[in-house]
Design a protein around this ligand. Structure first.
Ligand code: BGC
Length: 420
């Protein structure tokens, strides 16, 4: 909402979700049955370092959830790990399902709404060994896992998404220079295949984008039905990576890119219960591919342009394509300078207020991420967290940005940071 006549910030809608997100592989630690763990440990590898204990969230989830609640946030978005729940094909671990029941119970005890992602990039190593999502049985296997997990956990889940950013492989096709060595990829995959004795190692990040899209959209709808057949009547949506795409030059392929990268998924979301929008930056699109930021532009630790207004653009694009409610399921910035994170949150939320003022049905803002964690191939260097984590002791330290977002959540209104 825009400020009211007295210049006071107006309330966000009642029941608005204010939260922070994590993903199992990035925080739990020792996800040893996953495909990513295998790739982190072969040589050569794309990963600058292995995830190892990560944030030991597997053991520390209760205190982390209490910490999130103490900040004033009311929602925790996290993923359950397929590689733990089904460590061998068709063999489900009751103990691991119970672990996630305890996590869900901890959320409810702390007054926190749990939003569960069923698939956040990592797969069981046996699934990767079958060529992952490119195996004709992949959809069946994923749906069976969702069905099983939902039967065990569904009564405690408040919201769920099937996938996190399934459109990422398609998005990466537009990047001019990914900055990774194709030779390293080739050797990493062949060594990973040998290590697990599979047919071909099929990892989500490196798969054939078109094949993945077809398989994953079909499986999304079936998985959603399976999830809804269990106990609990929670809404099921999906979260997509959605940059603020801007045309660059007269022959910009911006519309083509949007049609290719976003629209099939927005269409899939339209027959689901909600769409999760995940925005980090703007991207200018030229006549062939993406255009890098201008020299001198402020960059984040990811090399993205610092562009908090991207959230507004992304939400508006989603709203132009879907009729279902929108939740911001990720938004954040990698920086060592927490003041820049505060500024980023403030400006992103002003954009969100404008969307609400225009009648767009946005129902939540979930920040990426609760704590500094394992940023995939970049390891632990990028700092996206509201909370710092000491890599030696695992001690958590709340950053000022966490207090700032918490104060907004408590007020259910955007206030300017101190000193602005
Ligand atoms: C992913 C997260 C990731 C974050 C920051 C999103 O693409 O869902 O797993 O850490 O962006 O790069």
């Amino acid at each position: 909402m825009m400020p009211d006549q007295n210049g006071q910030p107006a309330d966000f809608p009642k029941g608005f979700l204010w939260g922070a997100a994590t993903a199992a592989h990035q925080v739990e630690g020792n996800n040893i049955n996953s495909d990513l763990w295998v790739m982190e440990h072969v040589k050569p590898t794309l990963f600058v370092e292995p995830s190892m204990d990560a944030c030991d969230h597997y053991h520390r989830f209760a205190e982390d959830i209490r910490l999130l609640a103490s900040l004033g946030l009311n929602t925790y978005r996290f993923s359950i790990e397929w590689a733990r729940i089904e460590p061998e094909r068709g063999a489900f671990s009751r103990a691991e399902l119970e672990h996630y029941r305890r996590m869900l119970a901890a959320c409810h005890e702390a007054g926190v709404t749990p939003m569960v992602t069923f698939y956040h990039f990592s797969s069981p190593r046996w699934f990767a060994g079958l060529n992952g999502w490119e195996n004709p049985d992949a959809g069946d296997l994923f749906v069976r896992y969702c069905d099983r997990a939902s039967k065990h956990l569904g009564d405690l889940i408040s919201y769920a998404t099937t996938y996190n950013e399934p459109n990422l492989p398609m998005l990466l096709k537009w990047v001019t220079d990914l900055g990774i060595s194709l030779l390293t990829v080739k050797f990493m995959i062949s060594h990973a295949t040998r290590r697990i004795g599979g047919d071909h190692f099929g990892c989500f990040f490196l798969g054939n984008a078109e094949k993945l899209e077809t398989a994953m959209i079909a499986a999304h709808h079936r998985a959603r039905e399976a999830m809804k057949s269990g106990p609990g009547k929670y809404p099921v949506g999906l979260s997509i990576a959605l940059q603020d795409e801007q045309p660059f030059g007269p022959k910009s392929k911006r519309d083509k890119k949007c049609a290719e990268v976003y629209d099939p998924w927005l269409q899939a979301a339209n027959s689901s219960d909600f769409i999760g929008v995940q925005a980090y930056t703007r991207q200018r699109v030229g006549s062939k591919k993406d255009i890098p930021p201008d020299p001198g532009a402020e960059l984040t630790q990811m090399g993205y342009e610092y562009w908090p207004e991207a959230l507004e653009g992304a939400v508006r694009y989603a709203a132009s394509k879907v009729r279902v409610p929108i939740y911001v399921t990720e938004n954040g910035v990698a920086t060592e300078d927490d003041k820049r994170r505060i500024d980023y949150i403030h400006r992103a939320l002003i954009g969100l207020e404008k969307c609400l003022a225009d009648g767009i049905d946005v129902r939540g803002y979930i920040h990426w991420t609760l704590m500094d964690n394992f940023e995939w191939i970049l390891g632990f260097r990028p700092k996206f967290g509201l909370v710092a984590v000491n890599r030696e002791t695992q001690e958590r330290t709340v950053k000022p940005s966490a207090r700032y977002l918490g104060s907004i959540a408590r007020a259910n209104a955007v206030t300017a940071p101190v000193g602005k």
